[in-house]
Structures are given as structure tokens and as C-alpha cells.
Design a protein around this ligand. Sequence first.
Ligand SMILES: N[C@@H](CCC(=O)N[C@@H](CS)C(=O)NCC(=O)O)C(=O)O
Length: 210
Amino acid sequence: MQLYYFETPNARRPCAIARHLGLDVDFIHVDLRAGAHRSDAFRTINPNGRVPALADGEHRLWEGRAIMFYLVRKAGSDLWPRDPLAQAEVMKWMTWDAAHFSRHATTLFFERAIKPAFGLGAPDETAIEEATRFFHSFAAVLDDHLEGRDHLVGDGLTLADFSVAAVLPNAREAQLPLGRYPQIRRWHEALMALEAWRQPWPEARQSFAA
Ligand SMILES: N[C@@H](CCC(=O)N[C@@H](CS)C(=O)NCC(=O)O)C(=O)O
């Protein structure tokens, strides 16, 4: 299997899963700065021209959360629980994350980290203001849920944790306003103790900005 990535939150999800499960995956760096994702060759892997993407034999898969799911199911890992209610809870947090939490956190990462690093112009202050407002409303929901819990669903790590936390390792560059959310910070500190989460990339790149 070949996993195409760049050191950004969306790619951290499947890269961390592949590392955490010790899967035999070739990590292929797609240099977004150089525009490698826009090449015809890469578009045969992902027609959207985005990372992450996976090739497994003839099969092509894109969308980081779908790739995570495939890797976890293929490995038979309990990161995808067996109980139907727990499965629904994992799906709930993953879809909530895509629609709400990471969506707005990623806007802050894009405006404050990607734009300056890629020379894409000045941050859009209106977009930052709107994303910050939404970030606070969804972070409050997450923080409340994490009170008294170590994981999002049940008693152990699941795909939900790896999905929802994806922007948090880049909290500093994105200037995520986490000050009022002690439970999110506690939960994510514990995730950062996992080598695969802290350092999912093949080379020693700790974060996008490093
Ligand atoms: N919904 C996709 C988003 C993928 C995505 O937007 N990836 C970014 C990097 S984090 C990208 O490749 N951007 C390149 C571009 O927009 O030109 C997923 O979750 O995998």
C-alpha cells in the first residue's frame, strides 16, 4: 500500500493510524508547496488533487477518515469497536468533526499557517473571526464531553480520538484558542504521549511549521 501525505492535519489521521498499527505502508511525500498534488500523475490517485490518498493494488482511496477506517478494518483493530452503539458513537464524532470541529480549526490553520508559509496572501480576518466563533461553540461541546473521560467513546482509544484531535498538534501555528478548554488539553496531552500521534511522518518533521 502507498499512503500519499504532506505534514498537515488531514494527512495526520491515516499516517498516525498506519504507524500506530505498525502497518506495512510506503509513505509517499506529496510536496504541496511545489504543487505536486496538482500533477496529472497524482490526480490519477486522487482526482481532487488533495492529500491524503491511498493506493492498495488497483484500488484508490481518498478522504482521510475513509482511509483510516480501511486501515483499521484491514488490520482487525479494535480502534473500530465491535458494539453497534459504540460504532455509531464513533461515526457520530467523526462526522461531527468533519462538519464542525476540525472544519473550523482547519480554517484557522489554513489562514494562519498555510497562507503565510505558501505565500498565499494575507490571512482573511473575516474568515478567522467566523471560524473562531464556531470553534468556541464546538470546543465547548467537546470539552464538556471529555469531563471525567480519557477517550471520546468507551474506555479505550478509537478512530474518533484520532479523527477529532487531528488539528491539535498544530494548535500553536493555528493559534487555536484552547485556553478555556482544560479537558481538551488534558485529553490531547495524553494522545501526544503516543509516538505514532506525535510523530506520524517518516521524516523527523514534528509539525507543519517545523
Ligand atoms: N476532506 C479531505 C481534505 C483533504 C485536504 O483538504 N487536504 C489538504 C491538505 S491538509 C490538501 O491537500 N490541500 C491541497 C489544496 O487544497 O490544494 C480529507 O479529510 O482527507
